[in-house]
Design a protein around this ligand. Structure first.
Ligand code: CAA
Length: 396
């Protein structure tokens, strides 16, 4: 019999700071309902200069890994589109910070928000051939569109870490999946630009059209339909797009009570995303975490349809089956983490947004006395840059 491979543990790290979306609306002279109802967003995570995809990724993984796990990890794959280096993979820094055994492979993977889904697939293939190995998959991103841009209300920051192994305690990654690639310019970030270039409305159309066409192909290939699924999780650039996504799957002759069950479950999948914003590669997995920790109507064996979308564009529809006792390996108090964050005023947010790393002639910059390090609840922070080398510090 084929071995079962999937998510054994899942962790999430975010920065300490957030902006209330209504304050952003006020600051930009927009009706707050455009963001609160039109996008269904309530807060956005904001990063200080002492956090990056490495500190967030390592912090998310540190929450879940024990010493035994660290001995068994044979590969670390980081999916990101907000990397810190064009050459060295963030996974190499993370490998060191977590003290993973040395004979491991550490790489970074890129295709916009889709990267971590590709990483999961590679992890599964690896474990099929190396049954006792674990793979650490990290989705880590900081989404920044720029002050006073249409995308500003859909920013966010955070990292999901997943330990992938055989006989997983949370969810099995099933074999059926369909991908789609379309060469389109809906969202991209040229090397010379700090911020992405976005064709916003075109991007949302493509996201939805890729979903329906990929799901149609999935149904055809595997002779399945809605009745094979208990719930769906979506990549969430903003929660309202997820609502449009679920509605597009529920169209036509679906009974009202079945529709309502899916919609009720959908609302549990956006609890965290509403308060974090878009975290690109991690958004789909934050939505999964949100469902698993907030939905009372999911049970072992339930199949969850997963829609991953990365602009450019590559998407995938795949699915997970929940493991026996999955609830015992999740948290039920995560909302405390959200409530313990510090709220920023619009002025503080803008100051944080524009704060840049300023290096001296030798390529040094020291944050070790920064209040952001003192205030951080995460395990790792960026402490300084020495001779152009980023130095991280374990603080928890
Ligand atoms: N009360 C209630 N609703 C209101 C309102 C009010 N006073 N004012 C506006 N709205 C509604 C609008 O009707 C609209 O909802 P519908 O689409 O359901 O009609 C919603 O609020 C947003 O309004 P606009 O479309 O006018 O907003 P916009 O054009 O200024 O910006 C956006 C919307 C284009 C999505 C913009 O936020 C953006 O560019 N975001 C970044 C790109 C993005 O997230 N794309 C998603 C797909 S790409 C992807 O998935 C990859 C990725 O992660 C980036």
């Amino acid at each position: 019999e084929k071995i079962k491979i999937g998510i054994d543990k899942i962790g999430f790290a975010m920065p300490k700071y957030f902006l209330d979306i209504r304050d952003l609306a006020l600051g930009r002279n927009e009706n707050e309902n455009k963001f609160v109802k039109g996008l269904m967003q309530s807060e956005m995570s904001i990063t200080p200069v002492t956090e990056d995809i490495v500190s967030l990724g390592a912090s998310a993984a540190e929450q879940i890994l024990d010493e035994e796990d660290k001995k068994n990890v044979e590969m670390i794959i980081v999916g990101t589109e907000s990397s810190i280096d064009q050459s060295k993979a963030s996974a190499v820094f993370i490998h060191h910070l977590l003290d993973i055994q040395p004979f491991a492979r550490s790489i970074e993977i890129k295709e916009a928000c889709y990267g971590a889904t590709a990483a999961l697939s590679f992890a599964k293939n690896y474990i099929e051939k190396n049954e006792n190995a674990s793979v650490l998959v990290i989705a880590s991103d900081i989404a920044k569109y720029g002050i006073n841009t249409p995308g500003e209300s859909t920013q966010g920051a955070g990292s999901i870490a997943m330990l992938i192994k055989k006989d997983p305690k949370i969810a099995v990654i099933n074999d059926e999946n369909v991908c789609q690639t379309r060469d389109i310019m809906d969202f991209w970030r040229p090397n010379y630009s700090d911020f992405p270039i976005v064709d916003g409305h075109f991007s949302t159309k493509q996201y939805l059209d890729c979903l329906t066409t990929t799901f149609d192909e999935y149904k055809k290939r595997y002779s399945q339909d809605l009745s094979n699924f208990s719930a769906f999780c979506f990549h969430l650039p903003f929660p309202k797009l997820g609502l449009k996504a679920i509605n597009s799957l529920l169209e036509k002759n679906v009974e009202k009570n079945i529709k309502n069950i899916f919609l009720e479950k959908f609302h549990t999948s956006i609890v965290y995303g509403k308060r974090v914003g878009n975290i690109y590669t991690g958004s789909l997995y934050l939505s999964l975490l949100s469902s698993l920790e907030n939905c009372d109507n999911l049970k072992a064996g339930d199949k969850i349809g997963m829609y991953s979308y990365g602009s450019g564009a590559v998407c995938e529809f795949f699915n997970l089956s929940l493991a026996e006792g999955f609830k015992n390996h999740l948290r039920n108090d995560r909302l405390n983490d959200f409530n313990n964050r510090k709220q920023l005023s619009i002025e503080e947010y803008e100051a944080m947004f524009f704060e840049k790393i300023i290096l001296d002639k030798e390529g040094n910059c020291d944050f070790s006395n920064s209040k952001f390090i003192q205030e951080s609840d995460n395990a790792f922070v960026l402490e300084k840059i020495e001779n152009h080398k980023r130095i991280y510090k374990k603080i928890k």
